[in-house]
Design a protein. Sequence first.
Lengths: 192, 720, 726
Amino acid sequence: MEEKRDDRFPTEHVKLLVEGTISWEDAKKAMRLRPKDKDRFWKYLEVLQQRVPWKDKILLRISDHLYIVAKPDAKRVVKCDCGHEFGDYRVNWKLSCRIRVRRTVEEMTEVSGIEEATLDPSLVELREYYCPGCLAQLATEAVPVGYPPIVEMLPDLDTFYREWLGKPLPDERPDWFQNRTLEAPARWVEEG
Amino acid sequence: MTKKVEQGYQIAQDAGGSMTDTFLVDRDGRFTTGKFLSNHIDEKISYLGSLQDAARRWGLTSAQVHQEAVSSTYTGTAMVNILVTRGGSKVGLLITRGFGDMPIQERGLTWLGQSYEDILHQQLHEHTPWMVQPENIREVTERITVGSYYSQHHLPAGTVVIPLVEADVVKGVNDLLGNGVEVIGILTLASYANPAHEKRMAEIAREIVKQRGLDVPVVASYEMCSVPNENERLKTLLIQCYTAEMARRQYFSVEDAARKEGFKHELLTLLAYGGAATIRYPKLAEAAISGPTGGLLGGKFMADFLRQPNLVCWDLGCTTCDVGLIAGGLLPVNKEPEFSGHRLRMPMIAIDSIGAGCSHVVHVEPVTRRITIGPDSVRDALGTIYASNEITIGDIDMVLRYLDPNYYLGGTIKINRDRAEQELTKRVAKPLGQDVYSVSSKILDLLHAKVADHISGVLLSRGLNPADFTLLVYGAAGPTHLWGLTRALDFHDVIVTPWAAVFSAFGVCAADYFHRYDKAVTFFLAPQMDDGTKLYMGSAVSQAWEEMEQRGLAELEAEGIPRDQVTFRHGFTGRYIGQMSGWEIPSSLARVQTLTDLDTIVAEFEKAYTNIYPAGARFPDSGYQITEVYVDAVARKPKPVIPSYKLHGKEPPKKAYKGRRDAYMDGGWIPFDLWEQDLLEAGNRIDGPAIIEHTMTTTVIPPQNYVDFDEHRFIWYKKK
Amino acid sequence: MGICYQGKPLKEAVAEKEGIFKETGYAYGLKEIKLVESDPAKFMRFQMRLVASCIGAREMAKLISANPMSLIQGELLFMLATPEGDVVSASYGLAGHVQAFPFMVRAIANLGFEEDPGITAGDVFFNNDALYGAPHNADCYNFVPIFYKDELIGWTVGLNHIVDVGGLQPGGLGTISPSVFTDGFTVPPTKVGANFKTHKWWELHWKRRTRTEVFNILDDKMRTAGSVALHNRVLEVVEEFGVDYFRQGIKEIIERERRVLIERIKTMAVPGMYNYLHMNMVNYKGIVGKLFAASNRDWFMHQPAEMHILPDGRIHADLEGLTSEDEFHCNGYEPALRMLTSLGCWPMFAYTQTLNTALQYMTSWNIPPGSLFNPQNPFAGTVMSLMQVGKYIWMYQNCLSLSFFSRGYLEECFPQDPAGVGYGLAGVMKDGFRWAGGDMTLITCWASGATPFKDGDPASVCSPNPAADQGEAELAEFLQPTNLNIGRTLIPNYCGHGKFRGGLGTGICQMIMDPGQSLIAAVMGATSGQGRCALGMSGGYPGLSDVVYFAHDTNIRDILKEGKPYPTDFVEIGQWLKDGRLKAGSVEVFRGSSPNVPLKDGDLMACASGARMGWGDPIERRYGLAEKDVHYGWITPQAAKSIYGVLTDTKGQVKVAESDALRADIRKVRKEKSLDAKDWWKQEREKVLAKEFSENVRSMYTDCLKWPKFRREFMGMWQLPEDYKV
């Protein structure tokens, strides 16, 4: 199936969708596709790969700026479109960001615009995660002090490529689908 | 044949999305029909073209017809097109302070007209394009009470709580005129309960417009509809402001064209609730959705003519599948009709559209084996048989050979049956592991069941039974599918008119000349009330009726109809106190003056209610409420007469026979006799399996059925 | 001799249904769906017949209702279920309830209803008890068995959301109730009628136990009338297709629809693990006093979810770490959780003309006993369980949005966060007349959140009511004459900000008018304290909190006498109070629910909700969009500057060069004000070690750290000593 192009939603439209400039009429067409275009993922990767300034192979896009890419040495790392790398995708990439915490009503109202509807600082802080490379805001969290940074997504890449796409990855391994986030603080505590 | 005419012709035209149909009647009621491609930019072209086409059949010119015509009724597409092309007037709006965002929020009804699947798929919700720009909205400080369910215990309806701040109005109007608006709309909350503020605002606005020497119409919502629900009132007001004056210009251009050819009267148009009115009628927004109304008026005419008060009117066309209901000889009225994504507050003849026309798309999900029809339609592209890549019902009709590829619209367009068969095989039959013909015919069953379920749903929700109804079939594709529908649902009788394809135009011609007026009233009949209070309540209804009668007489007089020629129909919307919705009921009384009158009203309500609901659903303990009353002010207008023909024998004339064609039905190919409809005569009987062809329609008759042509050449579809 | 097929007792039938799915993984063990495969078109016709029957019943019955929520805001539903309780088709309306009814049938089966009171043709049953499957007692179910000859072949069900449940607080959405005894009118499964009509005594209960008798009685009549009409329609369908086809067909519907849903997930999603978190305050302290000592405290609710999209396309959610059950109004049971969360599935992958219970067969939950949604106290209060279970609607929408985003189906991304403010009123008018009412304007219609390719829209969607609808202010006043509407506005800046922003939320503003002897309002707000959601999408910010704003003893009446304007939303009230244009004796502001608040003439009550989340980094917003925002007054110039890094001139035009520079500065500021992750970690760790928590946060951690999984993550992240206690 995948080899054959599904022309009902062409790559040009995928591109506009990614850029956020697609016309509402075309967007509705995409929503109403029955069944969906099965080759969308491949068109998507094609579009994304053209947009990034680097050559590493994109395995999956996990946020506006972030991708899981395959590195030559059988590594799979998180990479920003600016080129900055966040390391092994099994460790929460937030622990490789620059982090700003807004703790007062004033600081928070700066980005909410309405004081009465702003977070209660006695309950939560507002965390902003930036890319160390381009300082794009990659994520926000409104959580109590001391709340572990949340792992937003850990894809089961091998299952995805082998069983759902029918195109197994060359470097399959049983331990790819593991949350290794806690290795970071463990290392930090050793480093002191 | 040419004809000598003393008294004059009646012209009726229904301009649809693609074709403009003419129905032309002479003084003896004989008629002919015409068609012409609709011209949405300049409607007078299609008006004259279509009339010309009809006149030609009598060897006349449109000018000759116009010179001898007594009336011309025209339903245009102007308003729809103004909305679609967003080419309406520049509107200014004055509205109660705090409600200026109403036109943007539009109550959150972002899903009107969507299929339920799309409604759940909320990504697809969307607001309608603005009819008024936010820059041209001004808010005015004021508030009046709407009255309440607890009215005996709290403020009465129409109490001024926050007085109108006239300075706001003056400033607002000047701002708007400064912005160059072409029309000003005015809406305040509760204006139906007390229009004082809207009235005053309109006065001020008109005064300022005059002072500034401008020609800017000012419309207040209570003038459009004096009934509750501010959002619906606003939409009605905005449709009027945004489209009416523009549309009127189109109508005038049509009228000028007719006048130039010697037409001596005012052009008439059709209003949503089925009345005809001159194009100078102020509340022209009421003509916005007259399109499908024509068919039902035709139905009403047939119901009276055939003395069959219960009629299901089914119009199956390329893109439409409309169902309307005439019960007890009454046209059903929907007071909150929807019109291209807007919910309005104006009476409209109730018609339900189902996504099941011939151009509706057939979807198949191979993995899960789901088959669905619509909601999308390819419209004039028809399907893979013609100019589309989607598989449609039309494709199936062609593949199963109910239709003749070489005789589609009399052979005027080229049909590719083979392609349709290939696509159906490739995209439906193969994936489902089914035989292409058998799965195709079962998809038709699906379509027929969909329509049948809808019709029985409509009947059931009014406590009615299909067996008491006659099915009236029209629209280009109706006769092709009636066999399927009548298998899924048992009707008392089934009838097709020989002019099925232009039936709507016929209906336009059959329309009464009348205006309808609606008004909200405060009327409670609580159990504990004393007789004095009850009678006082009754007088409120009488007053409202009288007020509307006067308005009707005045307006009709202004349109040249003497008061002594005007008659009235009265009615009210009743419910048990506490209920949210009411039921519209025609009243046998024109005034409510005695306790007996009140009993009559209550009895009429109870009768209507228990027709629909089990006795267990009655709730007299809570008392009765009347929320709205209406008056129809009716004037006489010439009607078409259905001609009678000499009855011939059951045996159809040889010349009408066109040979045989195998068509697929009930799991096999059956040889169908082919007949030419125009050559069949009154009194003929055609036994199934047979297909009766006509340039505009095709009637399919299975082996188990036959049809009779009666003395009017109406086609009665029967079981053997 | 049981009433089910081949004389099987109902209890056995239900147990068998559940067993065979566990064994085989197919609904009713249907590895093959013969009717579907042999003749898909005929089967589709069968299925659509059943759907049409439900819709027909709804259209017929809904008009009886006295309840604006039912009629205008679609809060009602009619359904057809298998004998075992799986819903095979449903009308339009409160779609989620197709998930709850199976639990109700299981309940009456296990309660031995078959023997006593017996289940026979013409019976009418009622339930609104959460312990037995009703989400909460405002959702009332009337259901009627369908018998063919002597065999139970299905159930027809009518359900709607009533205005008042006769609880501690007026309305149906009370947010103060320590136990089931204060929840109000809660009726376990009961036979309330025979011969297809309810008994007269049943009306008395509505009359005596709820505040809005007429509305509730008419609603009850509506539910019964619709169920009975549907019952009769279904029997016609049985005649048409034959009872054997029907019996098999309704089971195949469930299994086929299960496959439809699995297929959609496998097509659009990416398997793996996703996380979601919502937190909000529940405030009782100082409200219930000594009378309910155990409830005289506040709770900071912790609602995490680890959502797995499994290799076979099923979805599993692990709620370990969830706040414990307690003596408040918002405990819930699995039916409520499944019912309400399914609302997050409809837009994402379960949209279909043919609503049914299939979701039951492809979603699963781990809900630890003793947690909020698995209370061990049979008398746990549940009157507003929906408040908390509802938060998981957005687990589906936000986690799946990220998943669809990764797969490339951006058009299906539809992240949202909690919304909805509604209130109940109860009062005594001048003449001593007692009345009550409620309003749903901001519950049945919200703005939508931003997506990866466009802004959200104002007033356009609603999870509990797919046919979003604010209703009419004129109708609201007809039912609540004391609350004069003086504003229903879009509030500037009131949205979650981002590269694409959420739609602006709506505020309603009311002036209290001639309340008479007394009037209290109890307001339910979906958010509080924490805001809408813990996570923004892709660097966008979560939506802004609901706001409930009371200004008491104002001089508004005098202001109006002078012909001056009135404020139209809470922001204006706040500003006017600051600049003295308005005076108030006292002001109460809640970021969500309020307790019972007494109101007097001239008080102002302003609620706002629906300010949904943004998507992406705000300083990447296209100038064109920002310019439009400022032009229409949707975003103030100050907010455009501080949030979006956009400078506009007096004409509202974007000053491009200056804005480019400003955005560069904002990046600099980000660099200055942020820490490298490791340094931040050290800093945060110190706080944790020093236990620098506010009281509410401390009690939240104390409660949640007893769950091993959450404790593991917390201890591991901060590398804490084994004996660490909060």
